[in-house]
Design a protein around this ligand. Sequence first.
Ligand code: SF4
Ligand code: SF4
Length: 347
Amino acid sequence: MIEMAANCTSCGECVRPCSFLQQQGTPLALAQRGTTDSNLLAAYGCSLCGLCDAVCPEQLSPSGMFHSMRQEAVLRGLVDLKAYAPWLSYEKLGTSLFFQRDLIPAGCSTVFFPGCSLPGTRPDAVQELFKRLRKIEPTTGLVLDCCGKISHDLGLTERFTALFERFSTRLKNKGITRILTACPGCSKVLRKYGEQFEVVSVYEVLVSSAPLPDDQNQNRLVTIHDPCPARFDVAQQTAVRQLVQSCGYRIEELSSHGQTTRCCGQGGMVEGCVPGTIRQESRIVATEAAGRPVISSCAACTDTLRAATPSGHVVDLLTNNTDFSFKPLSSARRWFNRLKLKFTRLT
Ligand code: SF4
Ligand code: SF4
């Protein structure tokens, strides 16, 4: 807040594309309101998408300020966590022994970590990716767990630290030094807090380690939604595009892509305090897509966008599942899929 109050020029670059700042004013205005209870709680209206960081000519990080404000609000006991119960229950169950799995073969130092949403929505694709990764490196392992991003983003620092510490210590003790991620949210968390690990997106590994088919028939048109946690991850963005093209698709970019991509509406669990956010934000992306199928590397984005426009995950293309309009799965079905994956024989 001090840095923002000293350096934000109120130029408005970050306000233009952001519904939250359009309502609240510039980051300078928010910083000048100080640490009153109501101002701290206002930060729960920010999706932490980082678009403001990407466009700020002063290289400031308004999203970082809003995350710190959330942490302070939690410390003061201001946050009614009942509003976020669905997300917290999801994380609690996802990090429980019931759904965790460590498949660590002898000699393994690299694991595939598909996150939560992909195993819930696409267990067969997770198996297929794992199979391909083991062809590239036969000692690759698999870890099913949750990175704790929900607690992190809600500002529940103590809870997140405990979850992440348990997760990272477990992997370290098993000799894991490299983690292949499928979820851009996991990648961001693991890179920030798991400095002992090399974190690489599975898409980069698939692109760099296997010759891609030279598909001449690139007539099927799609567009790409870069997930906001990957907005600065150029290597991952490039790999996803190469995979999409290798499956025979022609890409037309959204006007908001790469560093200036928009949040799908799920970010920061804003929906918990501002109902209607998911609908509003996903419609903005859908409008930009203008009917072109939207491909993303985030399973949560894909499901969210699918309610507004035909959408698919890049692994859907890799596994020839190209029905971009199928209905999102029920919550029960997702948990069943995760459980099934836990007990499926994979090696
Ligand atoms: S992180 Fe996203 S939602 Fe939050 S202020 Fe920045 S642009 Fe707006
Ligand atoms: S873009 Fe940067 S300088 Fe401009 S209003 Fe936003 S935070 Fe302030």
